[in-house]
Ligand binder design. Sequence first.
Ligand code: MLT
Length: 209
Amino acid sequence: MNHIFKQGAAPDKPVLLLLHGTGGTEHDLLGLAKIIDPEASVLSVRGNVLENGMPRFFKRLAEGVFDEKDLVFRTEELRDFIIEAAETCQFDARNLTAIGYSNGANIAASLLFHYADVLKAAILHHPMVPLRDVSMPDLTGVPVWIAAGTNDPICPAQEAEELQQRLDAAGASATVHWVDTGHQLTMEEVEAAKAWYEKICISINKQDN
Ligand code: MLT
């Protein structure tokens, strides 16, 4: 998969897995990662699917209606890519914190819905429930932070609530941060994500090192 890997000044810190929104590229969230943790290593990936020329992480049948067969296939493809990239780029695949926006948040949620050991933590900006007919892995100890807009027409508020419930039911510890906006990624939520990351992800990282 097209990607950028940047070795951070502090290789023991979480490796930030960046997953862009529809129409984005692996360059989009690099600035955001610098705000969240300027010392962390970064693996930023471009989705392999094109929708009218716009990169995505999986196909959809309509706005908000996912091609679930492709979603499952692409989730596995991304998992395999991460394992391969950890070898070639020499980072710790067991220390990944995903940061995804919109379609990127949805594939990150799908990684959580399928695999217990790919993501150690996740920051999901404006996600949906990626799929419902799946038996969830044991996500005990996985913290997840969700930013949701109270007026988001693409990812309605009840999707964020259901996603939190499903993650918590699988043992994760999910938090929803509400923003009084629509689907856009705002600086206010990025700052809230940073505060959560510093409190939760960095303290787990210190315990594990
Ligand atoms: C998706 O297709 O993943 C969501 O509807 C969000 C989007 O990318 O527009």
